[in-house]
Unconditional design. Structure first.
Length: 340
């Protein structure tokens, strides 16, 4: 008889990191990936699995974080990893969690809590795989986390618009013309809100941004601790798709939160809680102008902040010695095409 009969549906108890100095040093997403310079989605992968720890299985549906991370015979993943089809992150999460449970119940493997995380892009999660994610979130007997990394386009196939692309965005499917400047006139899909509202069996839904790394890791740890199917939606600035200098990824994430374009919240057992800068915005303690009280001491559009950005832009590039501005204009486009 298996020694695992007492195993029910346990999860790992992952306490939140109390500050950046308490974050563990071990990395489970290391060197060897080929994402673009300044890619925030790669940072999401790194933080996600760092928060989850070594007893974790990661499943990745097709997208940037599959293609750029698993070139033949190379990978940055240190934990077990599996590719799944573009719309199948939900199915893969559910199947893996169910398979683990059966193997443990039958005594074919040691009974222990193992994290199952499936990630998907906005194309794979907010569009094609939405049905599979929805189905997974109704199966409360299986522990899995689905993390949607949202760079607001099908970036892997050269920036086509998705359901997560915001109003007015310039993509290869919505190029501005001379007569009509704004081709894309749909608003961004509210994926996290929709999934939270429609799945009472799902105990935890959160939105995160990698610019707030410790908060993001703590949301991942909370989702994995609370158990059952859980969902996290991350907003990831993407230099290639959004067309900005890669060194500004972190600032763009901050701006999205500080301006309220992307709210940070969690829904745990039906209770909505705003956190971070979003909480101050919602409570009326920080309007646009009041973001001068942010840690950088400047509003997103204040002269101080823009001068800070332009100062950094004009710094010399470490390798070539040329200014970043000339580096960008002379060599950026060909390098970008070669990079993937
Ligand atoms: Fe990252 Fe965007 Fe490049 Fe994809 S296209 S690897 S999301 S920066
Ligand atoms: Mg995408």
């Amino acid at each position: 008889m298996a020694t695992t009969t007492t195993f029910t549906n346990a999860t790992q108890i992952l306490e939140p990191f109390r500050g950046v100095k308490k974050v563990t040093l071990e990395e489970y997403f290391t060197s060897g990936h080929r994402t673009c310079q300044g890619c925030e989605s790669a940072l999401v992968m790194k933080l996600m699995v760092k928060a989850a720890g070594p007893r974790t299985i990661v499943l990745g549906s097709t997208g940037c974080m599959y293609v750029a991370n698993t070139t033949y015979y190379t990978t940055p993943w240190v934990v077990p990893w599996m590719h799944t089809q573009l719309g199948s992150s939900g199915s893969a999460a559910l199947g893996t969690a169910a398979g683990l449970k059966v193997l443990m119940r039958k005594g074919k493997m040691k009974a222990e809590p193992i994290n199952v995380i499936a990630f998907c892009g906005d194309g794979g999660g907010a569009d094609m795989g939405l049905g599979a994610i929805s189905a997974t979130l109704t199966h409360k007997e299986y522990n899995s986390l689905i993390l949607l990394y949202d760079n607001e386009s099908y970036a892997n196939t050269d920036i086509q618009l998705s359901g997560s692309t915001p109003y007015g965005a310039h993509t290869t499917f919505s190029p501005p013309g001379k007569a009509v400047r704004i081709i894309h006139t749909r608003w961004k899909k509210n994926t996290a809100g929709m999934l939270a509202a429609g799945h009472t069996e799902c105990r935890y839904v959160a939105t995160v941004c990698p610019s707030y790394a410790v908060e993001m890791m703590n949301k991942v740890r909370r989702a994995l601790t609370i158990g059952g199917p859980t969902f996290i939606h991350s907003l990831d600035p993407c230099p290639k798709g959004w067309d900005y200098d890669p060194m500004l990824s972190h600032e763009l994430g901050e701006l999205a939160i500080e301006t309220g374009i992307f709210p940070l919240y969690e829904v745990e057992d039906g209770t909505l809680t705003y956190y971070g800068k979003t909480k101050a915005l919602v409570e009326g303690r920080a309007g646009r102008s009041a973001s001068t009280s942010s840690s950088r001491g400047a509003s997103p559009t204040s002269p101080r902040r823009t001068s800070h950005i332009s100062r950094r832009r004009s710094t010399r590039c470490g390798r070539s010695g040329r200014s970043r501005r000339s580096y960008r204009s002379a060599a950026w486009t060909p390098r970008r095409r070669r990079s993937r």
